[in-house]
Design a binder for this molecule. Structure first.
Ligand SMILES: [Zn+2]
Length: 1160
């Protein structure tokens, strides 16, 4: 049957190619037209597969190459060609093989005054031109000269023909050789003039297609360097900018504005960043290496060339999310084998001391309890008991849903964001007891000497004291806390800086859970940074509490990107408004006149700070440049800096101009975070999401090929946001995400040590190793104390399975630290579930694997300039000590038969919402890669899926559907893959936490806050407990205890499973398109105009109207053929019945029966 149908179609096609009989040909064309005018594209593809394109082209040649071409045949034929050709991927080749280009061109030439015939030729030429090779051939054969005879200044006549000609030209100009030819013939300036003319005269906006078409021509021609130069010297920027301003208020004109913005961005002259060198401001001499600082002076001349930029993001973080199958590891032996040790076996012995829990003696046990009993008797125990329930952010949502501040996003946010009354926070504690202070001071004794020598550093703070006392007039502008200043009275102009801190601390209510300014200051005093920071950022010192309201994802304002681009273009065409003054520069000496009025002050020389340079562009606009990771020239993403001397209510625009990633969650609802000192002193110590008019786009700064080390020049991206500060003369801090410094971690651990319940919690803090920068990397052990001294309980104690957790290998991922804090708070807490968990497992935690990176404001690397999460295969003891020793500890555990049950490395994810895990599975990897290997022979425990499944039910921010268990080659040296393969841990994970927010579940539509991140950390623990309960080795006793506790949790789990089934997980994966067409790749040609969206409609419409409209030229002739052609244009039963000459199957539609439904 199918064969018969196919032969029916083939019969039609072969008749078309070979017949000389006009009636016959017209009948076939009529049938084909009818068949293709209904149904889906599948019919057309079916026809193409049966040689339809070739048949039509051959028929065209036959009909056109006669002395008197018969247009009653040609016109329906050309329409069919346009329709079929645009859907045939190999059309260009077929056209060239049959040498149809010249025939069609000369047909068009003959019809320059006959618009109906001409427009048909133009449609087909446009389809030809969509193939670069055919387009180039057309250009060589004079197609552009022909088109410029048709494209005229503004006219009301034949605008469709003009439009069709412009669309052919735009298609032709995608070929670079055509563009060069066009430039040489002066067509660029001609196009500009034509565009101006149409813009000026088309006041009723009836010719938007023509105007946009001309812009597309300009867009494509300016892909070559010489065209951009001519465009600039012909004032193209000014012309397009000005015309676009007339179009901004009319929605139908958006395509024009968008195209103008693309051209302006592309033609904006490329510049190097305004820096002397791309290398990080400070460098670190690696052990054993000669300090080399190749100063990269940027050559000015190699930015522009005609090479279209290939947008490949080489940034490793993006690689992490690349889902290309060719990255999958398909070597089964590699997946299956367990490599040997990367070091001598004897070395492992040193890690025995890192497992003191395995050799706990009865005596130790007793002294342990006694010691702590003593300290518990200290009157007024500092931080009180450690009340911990699973921080349930959901609870907060119910409490405060009224406060979800839609307004927190827009210009008027301040009102709600700042005036919401402080809520009473459950995690109250008092951390001002003298006992603790004493301890803190004692701890930093070793630093007393050095601090004394730094008295001079406490300069400039004298003026802060008196205003501080007079509350109303206190000027926080001059406030900065020096670490150690509390301990080193330093008379500067008669007033000690420590007094200021003292006064401040008197005001501190000490009500920020697990934070102590005293501890923080003490710890910061011994934190070692490259620049030897002596100044504390206020928020880290004072502490942060989550604000009492949720913050929604920021709704993107329509057109924000193009508005910002136009503002940027104004710098070029209205240079008079540009100030362009460097107001902050860590490389040079600070500019002397930064106290100038109307100028913000910036500062970043504190822990995790990394602003390198600030340039005042206009009165209320600043370009900011971030420092590169130490010893590198890249990895700009994290930011943290102080800004002061602001005016209230004024909108300030900030542009971070050296971002590197191709896209950002800042385009999808994420806001940066801000902390105001004045607000904090008024009892609102919150990092909050702020800023509006936020967007992220490619800018005109480029890294030259030379600076990029031989690679092709790479574009930078701008993150822009606008802020109205809540107070004038405040000190505010802005950051990429909620900061969490190394000193914050260390002082937090001090509090953990102080507040633990030693009768219940076995807790040890050790030093895993020293970092390159000389900072201790803490290693923690947490489990439950044995229930008694009995040998059974001691046995149970030392045989608990291990869980190894770590975080912050990537310093910019501060969200991972907040999740880790949630995990630790929960594990150390008094919640019965936590008690149970401690009885189940021994937790080994390395909360910060890259302290140096965190301290020095890096985003990705350590001081060696290496991404430490790419060093796990063969870490160097010298260069990557924290990785080397973490791996050593894991080797050791494995060597004594105690490889961890679960390993998880906490990370932050900058491109996705929600929280999810990456794990490792051989089978899933092989399946995904489409491997032909018989996977049935590969045995694999599917246990790796259990934990994420549980988390999907218990953790509101977690999404199973985003999880992946593929082993990628590019990940072979990450912790996850190495721990899975070399240590043999089945459940080896990377936890990816969003920086942005959730588009799923309970927190759908909200940005993530520290409370939600901490909750995730706690819920991860709960997940571990449930995992254990489900395991075979779970004791009956544990089961019973858990059953009593977990009922409410089960309810939550059920509630969640219900919710997650109602809100489909399908929605979660990819970002929905922005309302505004977010265009990053200004050079790409693959946007909408490449398809033929308008062509079919044009053809249809002209065909229908042609009869009535009667193009005026050649009236009589036109009339005759129009009626004769269009009279039979649509298939009718009458026509079909008339086609007696053809031995057709019963009905013509039967020709395609089957192809509609066949899986072609
Ligand atoms: Zn990471």
């Amino acid at each position: 049957m199918a064969e018969q149908e196919a032969s029916g179609l083939q019969l039609l096609l072969s008749t078309l190619q070979s017949s000389q009989d006009k009636e016959m040909i017209l009948n076939v064309l009529s049938i084909l037209t009818g068949l293709l005018s209904i149904g889906t594209d599948r019919r057309i593809h079916y026809m193409i597969s049966k040689g339809g394109s070739e048949a039509l082209l051959q028929a065209l040649m036959n009909a056109a190459e006669t002395a008197q071409p018969d247009y009653s045949i040609l016109l329906p034929l050309l329409r069919l060609l346009a329709k079929v050709g645009q859907r045939d991927r190999k059309f260009g080749q077929k056209v060239q093989n049959l040498e149809a280009i010249d025939v069609t061109l000369s047909l068009a030439r003959k019809n320059l005054t006959h618009h109906l015939n001409l427009i048909h030729c133009l449609w087909v030429l446009r389809v030809y031109a969509s193939t670069i090779s055919a387009g180039t051939k057309l250009g060589i054969n004079g197609a552009m000269e022909l088109l410029f005879k048709v494209i005229t200044p503004y006219t009301k006549k034949h605008t469709r023909t003009v439009r069709a000609a412009i669309e052919v030209l735009a298609a032709l100009l995608k070929s670079k050789s055509n563009s060069r030819r066009a430039v040489n013939r002066g067509y660029l300036c001609e196009l500009l003039r034509l565009y101006q003319d149409w813009h000026r005269c088309d006041t009723s906006n009836r010719c938007i297609h023509v105007r946009r078409g001309l812009l597309l021509c300009l867009k494509h021609i300016t892909n070559i360097q010489s065209a951009r130069e001519i465009f600039l010297s012909a004032h193209g920027m000014e012309i397009l900018f000005t015309t676009a301003q007339d179009c901004l208020d009319s929605k139908p004109l958006d395509p024009i504005v968008t195209t103008v913005a693309q051209i302006l961005r592309k033609c904006y002259p490329k510049r190097p960043l305004p820096l002397a060198t791309l290398r990080s401001s400070y460098s670190f001499s690696l052990p054993g290496s000669v300090s080399s600082e190749p100063s990269q002076i940027l050559p000015e001349d190699d930015y522009d060339d005609d090479v279209e930029e290939v947008e490949k993001d080489l940034h490793s973080d993006d690689l992490e999310h690349k889902e290309e199958d060719d990255d999958l590891e398909t070597d089964v032996s590699k997946l299956n084998s367990k490599p040997g040790l990367d070091r001598p076996e004897e070395e492992l012995e040193q890690y025995e001391t890192m497992c003191p829990e395995l050799s706990l003696t009865l005596q130790e046990l007793e002294t342990e309890s006694e010691d702590k009993n003593g300290s518990e008797d200290v009157p007024g125990n500092l931080l009180g008991p450690y009340p911990q329930v699973i921080p349930n952010a959901a609870f907060r949502k119910e409490q405060h849903c009224r406060h979800i501040d839609q307004s927190a996003m827009g210009p008027d946010t301040r009102e709600t964001a700042f005036k919401t009354p402080m809520q009473n926070w459950e995690k109250k504690g008092n951390c001002t007891s003298p006992g603790l202070e004493k301890r803190a001071m004692g701890e930093s004794v070793q630093d007393a000497d050095t601090l004394g020598e730094r008295d001079d550093l406490c300069r400039s703070h004298a003026s802060t004291l008196h205003p501080l006392l007079k509350e109303a007039s206190w000027d926080p502008r001059t406030f900065r806390t020096h670490c150690g200043s509390y301990f080193s009275p330093s008379p500067v102009r008669g007033v000690g800086a420590s007094d200021i801190v003292k006064k401040l601390l008197e005001r501190h209510q000490g009500d920020i859970p697990s934070h102590s300014p005293h501890f923080y200051m003490a710890r910061a005093g011994s934190t070692k940074s490259i620049l030897d920071y002596r100044v504390l950022a206020f928020p880290d010192f004072w502490g942060h509490q989550p604000p009492p309201h949720y913050q929604s994802l920021l709704e993107r304002k329509y057109g924000v990107q193009r508005d910002k681009i136009f503002e940027d273009v104004c710098r070029l065409i209205q240079p008079g408004d540009v100030i362009d003054k460097v107001v902050f520069d860590v490389d040079g000496c600070s500019p002397s006149d930064t106290d100038a009025p109307d100028c913000l002050r910036f500062f970043s020389k504190f822990e995790s700070g990394n602003l390198r340079k600030a340039i005042q562009v206009r009165k209320f606009e600043y370009d900011l440049i971030l420092n590169a990771d130490v010893n590198t020239i890249q990895h700009h993403q994290w930011f943290y800096f102080e800004v002061s001397a602001m005016k209230p209510v004024v909108p300030y625009r900030f542009n971070i101009i050296n971002c590197e990633k191709v896209n950002s969650q800042f385009n999808y609802g994420m806001q940066p975070v801000m902390y105001s000192v004045k607000e904090a002193l008024q009892g609102k110590p919150h990092w909050i999401r702020v800023g509006y008019d936020i967007c992220y786009y490619k800018n005109h700064y480029q890294r030259s090929a030379a600076a990029a080390g031989g690679a092709r020049g790479k574009s930078y991206y701008t993150l822009t946001f606008t802020i109205k500060f809540p107070h004038g003369e405040d000190v505010c801090y802005l950051a990429y995400h909620y900061p969490y410094t190394y000193s914050a971690l260390m002082s937090y651990l001090d509090i953990v040590e102080e507040t633990r319940d030693p009768k219940k919690v076995y807790y040890r803090q050790q030093t895993l190793c020293q970092t390159l920068g000389g900072n201790p990397c803490p290693l923690l052990t947490i489990t439950a104390m044995p229930e008694s001294n009995s040998s059974i309980d001691l046995e149970q104690f030392s045989h608990r399975p291990y869980v190894v957790l770590m975080a912050r290998v990537h310093p910019g991922e501060s969200n991972a630290s907040w999740v880790m804090k949630g995990t630790m708070d929960f594990l150390m807490g008094s919640d019965p579930i936590a008690e149970l968990l401690r009885k189940c497992f021994i937790f080994k935690i390395i909360p910060m694997l890259n302290p140096d990176g965190v301290i020095n404001g890096n985003h990705r690397c350590s001081l060696s300039g290496d991404d430490l999460n790419r060093q796990w295969l063969a870490p160097s003891c010298q260069l990557h000590p924290t990785i080397y020793h973490t791996k050593g500890l894991l080797y050791y555990l494995c060597s004594i038969g105690r490889a961890p049950l679960v390993f998880c490395d906490y990370h932050g994810h900058s491109q996705k919402k929600n929280v999810f895990l990456y794990g490792c599975s051989i089978k899933e990897t092989l399946w995904q890669a489409g491997c032909t290997i018989n996977t049935a022979t590969v045995t694999e425990d599917v246990g790796y899926r259990a934990l994420p499944k549980i988390l999907d039910k218990v953790a509101p921010a977690f999404v199973m559907s985003s999880c992946s268990f593929l082993v990628e080659k590019s990940r072979e040296s990450t912790a996850r893959v190495v721990v899975w393969r070399e240590i043999g841990v089945l459940r080896s994970y990377t936890m990816e936490n969003t920086y942005c927010g959730c588009n799923h579940g309970l927190y759908k539509g909200l940005q993530i806050g520290t409370q939600e991140l901490e909750e995730m950390g706690a819920k991860f623990c709960l997940g571990l407990l449930i995992l254990q309960l489900k395991s075979l080795s779970c004791s009956k006793k544990l089961m019973a205890q858990a059953a009593a506790l977990l009922d409410p949790e089960e309810e939550i789990a059920n509630r969640w499973s219900q919710r997650s089934s109602s809100t489909s997980s399908l929605e979660t994966d990819d970002e929905p398109p922005c309302v505004e067409d977010v265009d990053y790749h200004t050079d790409s040609c693959s946007d909408q105009e490449a398809d033929f969206s308008g062509l079919d409609e044009e053809i249809q419409e002209i065909s229908l109207r042609a009869e009535g409209e009667r193009e005026e030229e050649g009236a009589s002739e036109g009339q005759t053929f129009c009626s004769s052609v269009f009279g039979g244009f649509y298939i009718s039963s009458h026509q079909a019945a008339n086609s007696k000459a053809l031995p057709l199957p019963s009905t013509p539609l039967g020709v395609f029966a089957g192809c509609e439904s066949s899986p072609a």
